[in-house]
Design a protein around this ligand. Structure first.
Ligand code: CUA
Length: 155
């Protein structure tokens, strides 16, 4: 089969790009262990109402001065709500869901995670600016998904 020289150049260029992208994915996943911003910690979602941490989620202070905020997402609210936190203190959010997959994005920050039933999602962030931040669910979770909004107040 006769293939035009320009056609051949573009074929090889496209093949090289695909190899480059695949290589970058494999390298970062394997060598740098890039993973979702969490760890594998499980919990039985049916135990949430009586759970020591998530039953009545309350902000706790760690010995190093940082704060821990347990959050339970359920159709169609976050608990606690509102969340009040000081600025310039490292805050570790611990999220879980009592029913379906929910999202948890603190608008205007790079805090963005999923709340999954059966798992605890954890990430740490420090808020440098005081103010009010909406918290939105960004995973479609049911008919009232668009109403699932919480509030964070940083003082
Ligand atoms: Cu919860 Cu969408």
């Amino acid at each position: 089969m006769e293939v035009d020289v320009y056609e051949r150049v573009w074929m090889w260029a496209a093949t090289a790009l695909i190899a480059l992208f695949l290589g970058a994915i494999l390298l970062t996943a394997g060598a740098q262990a890039i993973q979702p911003p969490s760890h594998i910690e499980t919990l039985d979602p049916t135990t949430i109402p009586t759970h020591p941490e998530f039953g009545k989620p309350a902000i706790a202070r760690r010995p190093d001065g940082g704060l821990v905020v347990p959050v339970v997402a359920t159709m169609f609210a976050f608990n606690p709500d509102p969340i009040e936190l000081p600025a310039n203190v490292p805050v570790t959010f611990r999220l879980t869901s009592a029913d379906v997959i929910h999202g948890f994005v603190i608008v205007g920050t790079n805090a963005n995670a999923m709340a999954m039933p059966g798992y605890v999602t954890e990430f740490t962030i420090t808020f440098s600016r005081a103010g009010e931040y909406p918290i939105a669910c960004h995973e479609y979770c049911g008919l009232m998904h668009h109403m699932m909004v919480g509030k964070l107040v940083v003082k």
